[in-house]
Design a protein around this ligand. Sequence first.
Ligand SMILES: [Zn+2]
Length: 477
Amino acid sequence: MARKIDQHLRALWAFAFLILLAGTSFAQNSGRNLVRVQLGNYQGEMKKIQARSIDVAGVDLSAKHVDLIVNPEELKWLKEAGFRPLIVGADRVSSAPDSRYQNPEKIESALKQFAAQYPNLAQVKSIGKSLLGRDIWSIRLSQNVKKDDPSKPHVFFNSMHHAREVMTSEIGLDIVETLLDQYGKDPSITHWLDSYVIDVVPMFNVDGNNLVWSQDSMWRKNARGGYGVDINRNYPYAWNSCRGSSSSRYAQDYHGESAGSEPETQVMMNFVRSIHPVMSISYHSYSEIVIYPYGCEGQRTETGAVVEKIGRELASKLKKDDGKGTYTAGTAPDLLYSVDGGDIDWLYAVGQVIPFVIEVNSTSQGFQPSYSRWRDLTVRNQREGWKYILGRMDGASIYGQIKNEMGGVISQAKIRIRENGGNFSQDLVVNPNGFFNVILNPGSYKVGVEAAGYSSEHQEIKVGDSRTPFHPVLKKI
Ligand SMILES: [Zn+2]
């Protein structure tokens, strides 16, 4: 009898143990983890990780490690593939961001407050709607902002293509706040707002950010269908062309059904086409790097002599948040892996912009760093970067307006620039109002101007360390 009870008890214990096991494995299946992997052959191993469509959160280039967000299946694959994933913590992927970070409603009211407080310097506008119908807000900063002055070139800053990168909106807001607060006090800032138009979109992926607060703190993409499209793989330049994105809806870098399919991507392209910015920064996190085009391996920009130089100088201005050294600059495949359909390739190749991505924060801070510990330090360190870009607008360049002999504007003209004794060459279409502003290195250039129905004009131009005016007049033929 006693023996029978014993058997029953044992069966009961075994059953309870099984339930316990099942419970654990369920929890693991539903849970993601942030893991850190030390890389030996950095580029080869990054390619392997990317080919498996694993969510790459960020890298540390000097320590040569990469942070990945993995499900149990991917964790198993990593181990089998010979990586040694170190679990950094599930808490970093499960806890909501500090409530002091921005959400779509807070951004809207903050921007409207700035415009009310500085009516002569700031103007707020919805540049279009997200997939779910939310407004995407921009703020324009310039002296006498309500008077449209097409002779003032634009500089563009945007934050948060990726929803979980909450620090980036703080930087966008800090740009606005610093420029408005320091106008009339800081001579450089006063000069920039007098001379240029600065457009800031501090929270681009509004639907995604809403999901970060309501459903998933690690949400990256837009709100398409419940799976989401990575807006920053959806731009229609070289879209889905070099294994720099995924065709799987559930991958974090899913490029969407077709090139430019997402309303957010369209909103951004229309906005850029309307402002013709000279330079831009798109803020992302994390890795403490500066990225310039192109995103596909082996491709370099035609004007790399200028673009890459500015990128390196920009990186050298950006102190890392731990105070040890500065950011590193390169193309996406130089530093991470190939990216296709990213915004900076489209901005450069189609929009005629000199564009950069800055990935702020490090692997020790993550996507949602402690607000009280890091927020102010990060935005302060970033000021040196965007100030450098605004300062570079004052540096070596040519600018002007193309007119005919009667003083009328020629709206459809092209400029060809060739460096004497150098390999820099650039062909651009001027803005619809005949204005142009081209950033160059100091040197001497052959500049040709062409427009249909007019005889072309050629001139030798010496460019020093400042803005060089050039006002060609074309004769009718
Ligand atoms: Zn990002």
